[in-house]
Design a protein. Structure first.
Length: 63
C-alpha cells in the first residue's frame, strides 16, 4: 500500500543521510498517516488513510 494521503495526495519526500565522514546514503521521510473513519455521504462512512495535517486542518469530518 502506498504511503499517500487520500485527501491531499501528500507522499514521502526523499533526501540523503550524511554522516560525519560525509558518507551519503538515500533516505525517505514518510507521511504521518492515520486510518480514520470519514463521513462520505449523508449516511455512508468509509475508512481512509489521511495525513495528520489534514486531520488538524479539518479537511475531513470524522464518523
Amino acid at each position: 500500500m502506498a504511503q499517500v494521503c487520500e485527501v491531499c495526495g501528500k507522499g514521502p519526500q526523499f533526501g540523503n543521510n550524511v554522516s560525519h565522514a560525509h558518507n551519503v546514503t538515500r533516505r525517505r521521510w514518510n507521511v504521518n498517516l492515520r486510518p480514520v473513519k470519514v463521513k462520505v455521504g449523508p449516511s455512508a462512512n468509509k475508512k481512509v488513510r489521511v495525513c495528520a495535517s489534514c486531520i488538524k486542518a479539518g479537511k475531513i469530518v470524522k464518523a
